[in-house]
Design a protein around this ligand. Structure first.
Ligand code: CA
Length: 705
């Protein structure tokens, strides 16, 4: 009984919205309301139509369309479009023409010449039937763009000739690539367009089914993983590359189909909301993506700009429960509020994808790694040509968000922030030789997390360089350790701390420290870098040149020159057991750095067998055991019988908590013997670890006196 009432209410709500929408559109009210009672097609079609017009700037678009009109040939083609290799044009132009034609607010509204140009160019498309070598255009972009144009023209005063429209609708028909993640939902979207245009129930049934099909947790296959990360092209982290397409399509589908019989089911809504809230939107700082989540898209211009306000505003309409969260996200990503606005401290260890994401109101710090279980960041279709070292512990450090935006064409690609690699004479050394993902080389890659703090590790063995790299995540700072750095290659081996836009001066103690004093520090763009043991530190704050084409053959060859801040440690040639330590302290100035209490951070061990850091201020210990062993340091003893990552909270308290994970994802049980300052006797704990899909996840144990 209750369910029926709820449905009726939804129906009434839907009708109200339709009525409102059409009043605005200036169309016949009565006719539409009656129709909406019988079927959802027009309701959905009108939502799509409105959505296509959301960000239209009338004046600019009228100008653009005016040019297209002027240059249109008598047969409906354009001189400057290569019809043998058609990409976005001419369909994008035709869609733009349809958009201005139907908008009463546009000066080309209802323009007769424009109408005939739309008809002619569509007929020309139909006759020419262009194809592209890349299936994506043929099977996704073309049918989507045609469907959008036809939907727009449905609200035109003078519509399209029915024979032309019918023929174009037939041209949209494609076979679905079922089970292909983001691609499936991309294709199902033009099924939805076609279903609305033809008012065909069978087409709408399959559109809804395949639009929502990717909204599921998969194990190891492409799509959303149990840890909340996203795979595409095999086991490759794709959170805001293909995962962005997945998010965008799923949100659109849920938005278009809301409050109809085809609305997104509750259990799938939970999966989508969780992905958006706890993974996807967290990778955006201010209005910019973390460069670690854009896959090979890192080599595209503007690929770090999120531009998500429109999408997030839609979520509110089908998930009003989290409205406050979506509102905050819109304000942050649009720049209406600071990047710190309503950011809650969190730490995510995505053990399926080798990705760690550490958020604080003041900064974002992420790490990307690869293992034998995953694929390294791909090169493909001649995109991301120089991204060879991206999965070797790349650290994305953001405050404003824009630290790396569009800097990639001038990046020195063997100095990706966070990575340890050979320093080649030129960037050819950073070329990825084969297309698509290449498997990682080591298995001990992962970390432990309590959701707010954690430690991550990466056993690097790539391109003739070996190192044990680890990151210890706290509130005010992140501690980065490297040990066992070895290489027999002829280049210098370097660990790059950062390579970001130069924003003002660099202040540094480098080269000025007193005799016997090892610590070196540097400060740039409100981020401090402390090197407690010094090291052969190099800093540059100079122009670098390059172009987009060298990293992506679809992009321009214009030479660019940008000022770049670059800071790295040089381990020299043939290092045999080199190490490094540095502390990244975001949101700090020179005075703050002077006052910053270094003694809070105690690096207890930094070898190729064990790396451990104690934070006395937070009273916690984090450790990476690359081998079974014992850590003994000022009053504590921690013994493990298997390699693992360990984190102990309330170290000196009466009730500490032990968090433990196996980065190799191999052990069912790890035995821990613990003697802590606050406990009167030692404790032996048999830690049963998560298994199956959850192998690599963190287990926690409360320790009691
Ligand atoms: Ca170099």
């Amino acid at each position: 009984m209750f369910a029926i009432i709820e449905k009726t209410n939804n129906k009434i709500k839907a009708q109200r919205k339709v009525r409102f929408g059409f009043l605005l559109g200036g169309l016949m009210l009565l006719n539409v309301t009656v129709k909406a009672q019988n079927e959802p097609y027009n309701v959905i079609l009108q939502r799509i139509n409105n959505d296509l017009q959301t960000f239209v700037k009338d004046k600019a678009l009228a100008e653009e369309v005016g040019n297209h009109l002027k240059n249109l040939n008598a047969d409906g083609s354009w001189q400057d479009v290569n019809y043998a290799d058609v990409q976005y044009d001419p369909l994008k132009r035709i869609k733009d023409m349809a958009t201005v034609y139907i908008r009463p607010s546009n000066k080309l509204y209802n323009n007769a010449e424009l109408h005939s140009a739309i008809v002619k160019s569509l007929q020309n498309w139909l006759d020419k039937n262009p194809k592209n070598k890349n299936w994506w255009y043929n099977d996704i972009f073309y049918p989507q763009a045609i469907g959008q144009t036809l939907i727009l023209m449905r609200s035109a005063k003078a519509g399209l000739p029915p024979a032309l429209e019918n023929a174009l609708i037939k041209r949209m028909i494609r076979k679905l690539r079922v089970g292909d993640g983001a691609n499936t939902s991309d294709e199902a979207l033009h099924y939805l367009y076609r279903a609305c245009l033809t008012q065909n129930k069978a087409t709408l049934d399959s559109a809804a089914k395949y639009l929502f099909e990717p909204i599921a947790i998969t194990e190891g296959k492409e799509g959303v993983q149990v840890d909340g990360s996203y795979y595409q092209h095999g086991k490759q982290q794709a959170i805001a590359s293909y995962g962005k397409v997945f998010a965008g399509n799923s949100v659109n589908a849920a938005f278009y189909l809301r409050e109809t019989a085809y609305a997104l089911p509750k259990d799938q809504l939970a999966i989508l909301v969780n992905y958006l809230k706890n993974t996807f939107l967290k990778t955006i700082r201010g209005s910019f993506y973390d460069f670690n989540v854009r896959g090979r898209g890192i080599s595209r211009k503007d690929s770090l700009s999120s531009g998500l306000g429109g999408m997030v505003n839609k979520i509110k309409l089908f998930d009003p429960e989290n409205a406050a969260y979506w509102d905050a996200s819109v304000k942050r990503t649009s720049g209406a509020e600071l990047p710190s606005y309503k950011i809650l401290s969190s730490h995510n260890q995505f053990w399926k994808s080798g990705y760690t994401l550490h958020l604080r109101p003041d900064y974002t710090f992420s790490v990307q790694t690869a293992s034998t279980r995953t694929l390294r960041t791909e090169r493909g279709n001649n995109e991301n040509i120089l991204g060879k070292f991206l999965p070797d512990g790349a650290t994305n450090i953001q405050r404003s968000g824009s630290e790396y935006a569009n800097l990639m064409p001038v990046w020195e690609w063997d100095k990706i922030p966070g990575t340890t690699s050979r320093d080649y004479a030129d960037d050819n050394g950073a070329t990825i030789k084969s297309d698509w993902g290449i498997p990682g080389t080591t298995k001990f890659v992962g970390g432990v997390s309590d959701g707010v703090y954690g430690v991550s590790c990466y056993d690097l063995n790539y391109d003739s360089v070996q190192a044990k790299k680890a990151w210890f995540f706290f509130d005010q700072e992140v501690v980065c350790l490297g040990a066992g750095i070895r290489s027999d290659s002829e280049e210098n081996i370097t660990t790059t701390v950062n390579q970001a836009w130069s924003r003002g001066n660099v202040i540094s103690s480098n080269g000025t420290q007193a005799k016997g004093e090892s610590e070196v520090w540097a400060l740039h763009d409100s981020i401090g870098y402390i090197f407690p043991q010094g090291g052969n530190l190099e800093i540059s704050n100079n122009p670098q040149t390059g172009n987009w084409y060298r990293i992506n053959h679809f992009q321009g060859k214009t030479e660019l020159k940008h000022n770049v801040f670059k800071i790295w440690l040089n381990h020299g040639k043939n290092p045999q057991n080199a190490s490094y330590q540095y502390i990244v302290v975001p949101r700090i100035d020179a005075a703050g750095l002077k006052k910053y209490n270094r003694s809070m951070i105690q690096v207890l061990k930094n070898t190729d067998e064990l790396q451990a850091v104690k934070h006395t201020g937070l009273d916690m210990l984090q450790a990476v055991f690359y081998k079974a062993g014992t850590l003994v340091a000022n009053g504590l003893s921690l013994q493990v019988d298997q390699p693992c990552t360990v984190y102990i909270k309330d170290l000196n308290g009466k009730n500490p908590t032990l968090y433990i994970a196996d980065p190799a994802q191999e052990n069912a049980t790890i035995s821990v013997l613990l003697k802590l300052p606050g406990l009167s006797m030692s404790k032996s704990i048999n830690c049963n670890l998560p298994n199956g899909a959850f192998a690599g996840a963190t287990a926690s144990f409360k320790i009691k006196e």
